[in-house]
Design a protein around this ligand. Sequence first.
Ligand SMILES: [Zn+2]
Ligand SMILES: [Zn+2]
Length: 280
Amino acid sequence: MDKVEVSDELVVPMDEVAPGVKGLRIAFVNVFGVAHTDGSWTLIDAAIPHTAWRIRSWVETTYGGRAPNAIVLTHGHFDHAGDARELADGWDVPIYAHTLEFPYLTGQKAYDPPNWKAGGGVMPLMGPTFPRDPIDVGDRLRALPGDGTQLTLVELPGWTLMHTPGHTPGHVSFFRESDRTLLVGDAFCTTKPESFFEAALVQHPELHGPPSYFTPDWAAAKSSVEKLAGLRPGTVAPGHGKPLSGAEVAPGLAKLAADFDRIAVPDDVKRGDPDVHAHM
Ligand SMILES: [Zn+2]
Ligand SMILES: [Zn+2]
């Protein structure tokens, strides 16, 4: 695996990702708050299980304890939907996700087992401790409206929801055209997967594909990155790694899309090894 190098100068602070967009890093994953002109705000993703208290105390200091109008999930992986139910119950708000993620959010289906061979970093060692059991967010789950490819949501005015499958079937990203801000979940990362567990300060920003151990459909992942690169974003905020902003972001992402097979797709997937998704 390779990467697209980007300058440290593109890193923007989590508390000022873009106007009205603030982030919170919990362990190795980011959640984002998106404020609206009417004073309401939306929580994008809900981090790993048992960290709701961290999000609540951030909401206390950042939004004066005001509940968001909704929780919107980029996808249903445990590190993005982990505490969605607990938070939504406490705030009495809906949880939105793409309908293709519903089986994984209603306790019906587990995601494919991780591909332990991908990348060969430290993740395979930690992998077995990663919960894969289907999350059940209960009856607060609502379908993102629209035709399934390009969607809008009343709770997120000014933002377009892009269906960006590959990492998971119903993965979505969020784009605000007015200032070209793009929230990408796990469609791609700005840190290498092996450094997920490093302290935020030592993470050097780089553009990588989606987290390789948990991405089953690389062809779809590639078209999703191409679609996102086509938006020519000025700011990108990923689920893993630091948010980046500046004129170099769009060309960097274009490079990632153009050279996706070499940069992002794990070697064993390219070789077509049969037991890429070895069962646990
Ligand atoms: Zn994921
Ligand atoms: Zn993730």
